[in-house]
Design a protein around this ligand. Structure first.
Ligand code: GDP
Ligand code: MG
Length: 731
């Protein structure tokens, strides 16, 4: 076993229900020495940390929070596989002592596995304040497991927990076989017969402990079956046939699937334990959580409060966030001004300023918004409010065929799809998660707003607000249609059984909030910084090359001409006139420079690409400039506006309505502007989002699907609007 290579190193896995305090205890033990990543192949977050304590190197792993080890959800599969395949030295089951009954299901399942388990009765303070007294010695005796009381958020009991864990890891004794769940006679009979059958036929070649294997086979556990098939090949068929006879027998006997019967019996076993170890004091404290819930999950009062919270979240994110955003923005501007001044003109300077700094700078300014948004989400999660919000939205979300929990990512989608898609991690079922990821990009993200403001403001002046609102609504309606469509085709089948949990309200810990917020923001910066950097450099290259363009005129010569012609006018002018002349001169020069810029863009690779793809966009009323802008929007939607700016502007750029006036004078009509906006709303997400979709679905297939689906819908919708509008005689 590799774990013995380093003599004193001990691997400790933390298991437990969601909200039982696992991460709190994990943070207490490891402090800042932790590493966040993903479990291989899936999108569940994996936290690992190492510390040296009590003379041992401890490697701590925070397993995903689960209520059971029945492989319904990715979290459950990940947690179980880790315990089975990596054989940690000790598994600490963090039990919410204030909710013992619910926690014991996982505990008994862990107990059935072949691993050294110890229980941390966490939230001991809450249990006491609710008048629940737990006889730890009795519990320890009944399940033959060491038990330690802890209070995670006060760092109480953690040291003794670790000491017991270290002792357990070092103990030579075999993993205790007694005190496992005992099932009813019929089931125990089948288990032992099956066990005997397996032992007789298949030497010692099975991956897992035999009793456990027998139990899982009787429960028809797909993963265990598959693993056995891999391990012993054809021999497994023999076993599976035997299992089928036992399952049939039990089905006849109980008139219910064996897995259901066994689950019931486990609960019965747990109920028995509870009777033995828990005493409730008569004067039970009034349950504040429940009272607060009467208000917050009430349909009439709860909704306005919910909307208020969301409003505060967005207000703070965008209003408070705009100050540091400005600081960063001016920092970036300052940097490029300095570089502009001190670097000699060169291709490298162009790349640095117009490629790297312009591109990465445009993303980094969103960091404050993201930090604030994630802080709010961490607060909502840690206080327990998130669960209430999901509860409230549940009925509405069922319209789309999703649970209330999917609402949070969709809502975040109005800010930015990247964190929104990352937030789908809270969904238990993989199907729900992918469906939510697929419809989230229809929630118009904040980066698209400048585009709407520009186009709607130009072509629909007085009705701009209504037009923008309708565009948002279009996105929402299409997400509902998409959700229903996919739910009844691609994502058919039973959902994982799922109870909407309402964990008790808690005061969040600052440390945990900050770790939460920082973890996610770090991920954003790292990944997105990389992608945006590459994307910006590519866009820059496409617009900066080829270098030797055949201009339609010699711009430098023209500029010199202007300079000399104005020189003459200067000679006999007074001060006031001089100022006027200066202004005129500058305007003329700027105009030329912009024309040069526009011609350069037209003749760059980007321009050629635009003209090549223009036929695709012609039926939806978008010319080659619009096509190029849409193409660059692939890097980040904000870039659409600046590309339009480069390609269209012919007036002085400082003039407030320059772009507006050129757009009005161009061939673009209100109809094609509307078509362009609809296309922007719906077409493929930006690079950062696509990378996130790839990472979070773990599937190239779904990523490509999302790209193709969104773009097709966008084209179809824009086509209907543009051609329909033309038929109706609109312009
Ligand atoms: P996880 O989902 O299991 O990782 O749970 P967390 O570690 O995120 O904890 C959930 C919440 O419970 C946090 O707000 C913690 O501050 C709080 N918490 C953790 N341990 C205790 C405890 O022993 N007593 C009380 N009252 N709260 C705790
Ligand atoms: Mg956690």
């Amino acid at each position: 076993m590799p774990k013995l290579m380093h003599k004193k190193s001990i691997t400790i896995a933390l298991a437990g229900n969601p909200n039982s305090g696992k991460t709190t205890i994990f943070n207490n033990i490891t402090g800042t020495r932790q590493k966040v990543g993903n479990w291989p192949g899936v999108t569940v977050e994996k936290k690992e940390g190492s510390v040296s304590k009590f003379g041992h190197d401890l490697k701590i792993i925070d397993l995903p929070g689960t209520y059971s080890l029945t492989p319904f959800s990715i979290e459950e599969i990940v947690a179980r596989d880790f315990v089975l395949e990596e054989s940690p030295d000790v598994v600490i089951d963090i039990i919410d002592a204030s909710n013992l009954e619910r926690s014991l299901y996982l505990a008994t399942q862990l107990r059935e596995l072949d691993c050294k388990v110890l229980f941390a009765l966490n939230m001991a303070d809450l249990a006491t304040s609710r008048g629940t007294k737990i006889d730890a010695d009795k519990l320890s005796e009944l399940l033959d497991v060491p038990v330690v009381f802890t209070i995670g958020n006060k760092n109480t009991g953690i040291d003794s927990l670790l000491k017991v864990a270290i002792k357990l890891a070092g103990s030579k004794s075999k993993i205790s076989q007694k005190r496992k769940v005992k099932y009813s006679n019929d089931i125990e009979n089948s288990i032992s017969k099956l066990q005997g059958f397996i032992e007789e036929r298949i030497e010692q070649n099975l991956p897992y402990n035999i009793r456990w294997t027998a139990i899982k086979l009787l429960e028809n556990d797909k993963i265990v079956r598959e693993r056995i098939r891999q391990k012993i090949g054809n021999k497994s068929l023999e076993i599976f046939r035997e299992v089928e006879t036992h399952r049939k027998h039990l089905l006849d006997r109980f008139d219910d699937d064996p897995e259901i019967v066994m689950t019931d019996e486990r609960y019965g076993f747990i109920a028995g334990i509870i009777k033995e170890v828990v005493t409730k004091s008569t004067k039970r404290r009034i349950d504040t959580s429940r009272n607060v819930d009467l208000v917050l999950t009430n349909r009439f009062v709860g909704f306005p409060i919910f909307i208020l919270f969301i409003w505060i979240m967005f207000q703070t994110t965008f209003v408070v966030g705009s100050y540091p955003m400005e600081w960063i923005d001016s920092g970036v501007n300052w940097l490029s001004a300095i570089l502009e001044l001190f670097l000699p003109d060169s291709l490298f300077k162009d790349l640095l300023l117009n490629g790297i700094i312009a591109g990465v700078g445009s993303v980094i300014i969103f960091l404050p918004n993201i930090l604030i948004l994630f802080l709010f989400i961490a607060i909502f999660e840690d206080t327990g409010y998130m669960a209430r919000a999901a509860f409230l939205m549940d009925k509405i979300m069922h319209l789309i065929g999703l649970h209330g929990k999917s609402f949070i990512p969709m809502l975040m989608g109005f800010g930015c799809s990247v964190p929104a898609i990352m937030a789908t991690r809270t969904l238990e079922s993989n199907k729900d998660r992918i469906l939510t990821i697929l419809i989230t990009p229809f929630m118009s993200c904040s980066a698209k707003l400048p585009i709407y403001i520009l186009l709607a403001g130009t072509f629909f002046s007085a009705r701009a607000g209504t037009v923008i609102f309708l565009i948002y609504i279009t996105g929402i309606i299409l997400s509902i249609i998409t959700g229903r469509l996919f739910r009844s085709t691609l994502f058919k089948g039973a959902d994982a059984p799922f109870v909407m949990e309402l964990p008790p309200y808690r005061v969040p810990m600052i440390k945990s909030l900050i770790i939460h917020m920082w973890d996610r923001s770090k991920m954003f910066l790292k990944k997105m910084g990389g992608i945006i950097l590459v994307g910006s450099v590519i866009v820059w290259m496409l617009t900066a090359f080829p270098r030797n363009i055949n201009y339609s005129m010699d711009y430098n010569k023209e500029i010199n001409k202007i300079n000399t012609s104005f020189m003459d006018k200067y000679s006999n002018a007074d001060d006031y006139e001089k100022k006027q002349i200066e202004k005129q001169k500058n305007a003329a020069i700027t105009k030329l420079k912009l024309a040069e810029k526009a011609e350069k863009a037209e003749k760059s690779f980007m321009g050629s690409i635009g003209k090549t793809i223009a036929p695709v966009f012609a039926p939806i009323g978008i010319d080659w400039r619009g096509s190029v802008a849409l193409l660059t929007g692939f890097v980040a939607k904000e870039i659409v506006v600046s590309t339009l700016g480069i390609l269209y502007t012919a007036e002085e750029a400082d003039e407030p309505d320059a772009l507006k006036n050129t757009l009005l004078a161009s061939e673009m009509t209100s109809l094609s502007a509307l078509s362009l906006m609809i296309f922007v709303l719906l077409y493929l997400p930006c690079v950062a989002t696509i990378a996130t979709i790839r990472r979070e679905t773990g599937s190239l297939k779904w990523t490509l699907f999302s790209i193709v689906y969104n773009t097709s819908i966008a084209w179809a919708a824009a086509f209907c609007i543009y051609q329909g509008g033309k038929i109706l005689g609109l312009t």
